[in-house]
Ligand binder design. Structure first.
Ligand code: AHG
Ligand code: MN
Ligand code: MN
Length: 339
């Protein structure tokens, strides 16, 4: 008889911790608490429509975006979980203008800070389409025992200790990396545990899916317009035309492309001339996962992870996915950079 005995997220984290000789379990505890918040938020998402969690919260966030009730709920849950872990001294969240620092003795002594998009894909909440959470973990630069400061958060993505995302889709999946490959865990609702479902994810070198909000086409840079036409041309040798897929939740679009092979693009547009996605809690964590899975992430010209952030909610154009596809769009961007 085949016995099914899953490897849970916690077991996996502990096993991996043993691979780092000086690890003392702090990062493990932090990841464990992120897992707990993910379960709480996932449960709420499942009940949306039944409980009073759909719709607008009635506030604007710092970026002038209408906050949904679930944005606020997820922000509160993750903040509480990170604080309770005792391993996080402060967070930067999409939903808060400034950094949030924790002032308990335990938290001030912690060595990690977290940048987070508590609820990604807000426009899909009310219509039962996949949404997510994105997180990024850094070692603080300021001294332990003090409050976290802004400089702790303005580190380039190369300094990330761990990063990942949770996708609340047909199932809830947590994907993360600590710089040693990418692993995904699916929540088994019958036992309430995240179980290893996709060990050592590798994204294909080349793919056939392109994901971009083509409604903004008129305002795209010429290189992007030309690349889209390239994707749509017939060429059997390169499997074109490619397939167009766009959900409008970065997490869901990226996750599909990661597993199947594709490219996600959010270029500069008229409304968002710097791009729409935020470096700290959207682009950097996704870029870390992409690279660790064998893919690539750039702003069209340079590696995302090497960009030194200047502000908390800084935006940038974002191109990520299969290496060959990102190389190709960059080729078009360079060729038409004057246009
Ligand atoms: P958020 O819901 O956290 O504000 O992020 C929304 C982002 C991202 O998830 C998605 O890929 C993109 O915005 C969609 O933007 P458009 O609706 O402009 O295509
Ligand atoms: Mn987002
Ligand atoms: Mn969000």
């Amino acid at each position: 008889m085949n016995i099914y005995f899953p490897k849970t997220l916690n077991e996996f984290i502990i096993e991996r911790q043993a691979e780092f000789p000086y690890a003392r379990g702090e990062l493990s505890r932090l990841l464990h608490h992120i897992g707990i918040a993910a379960k709480v938020v996932g449960k709420k998402v499942n009940k949306a429509g039944l409980v009073d969690i759909l719709g607008h919260a009635g506030n604007m966030n710092v970026q002038g975006e209408d906050q949904m009730k679930l944005d606020v709920f997820a922000d509160i849950q993750f903040r509480a979980a990170l604080k309770a872990s005792g391993e996080c001294c402060g967070i930067a969240s999409e939903e808060n203008k400034d950094i949030v620092t924790f002032d308990t003795d335990l938290a001030m002594d912690a060595k990690y800070i977290v940048a987070i998009d508590p609820l990604d894909g807000s426009s899909n909440i009310d219509v039962n389409v996949s949404i997510g959470t994105i997180f990024s973990i850094y070692r603080r630069l300021s001294e332990r025992g003090t409050r976290a400061v802004m400089d702790d958060f303005l580190q380039p993505g190369t300094e990330q200790v761990a990063a990942g995302y949770i996708i609340y889709g047909s199932s809830t999946v947590l994907v993360y990396t600590t710089g040693h490959g990418v692993n995904a865990f699916t929540l088994d609702p019958s036992i309430g545990e995240f179980c290893l479902s996709h060990p050592n994810i590798r994204t294909p070198d080349d793919g056939t899916i392109y994901s971009i909000n083509e409604g903004n086409y008129t305002h795209f840079p010429m290189g992007v317009k030309k690349y889209i036409k390239y994707c749509q041309e017939r060429d059997e040798a390169t499997n074109r035309p490619y397939t167009s897929r766009y959900i409008g939740s970065l997490v869901a679009d990226f996750h599909r492309n990661l597993l199947k092979g594709g490219i996600y693009i959010y270029p500069p547009t008229e409304k968002n001339p710097e791009g729409k996605l935020r470096l700290l809690y959207e682009c950097n964590p996704i870029a870390f996962v992409a690279e660790q899975a064998g893919g690539k992430a750039t702003d069209g010209f340079q590696r995302v992870l090497e960009i030194k952030p200047l502000s908390l909610h800084q935006r940038l154009p974002f191109y990520t996915g299969c290496k060959k596809m990102v190389d190709k769009v960059e080729e078009f961007l360079r060729a038409y950079s004057e246009a």
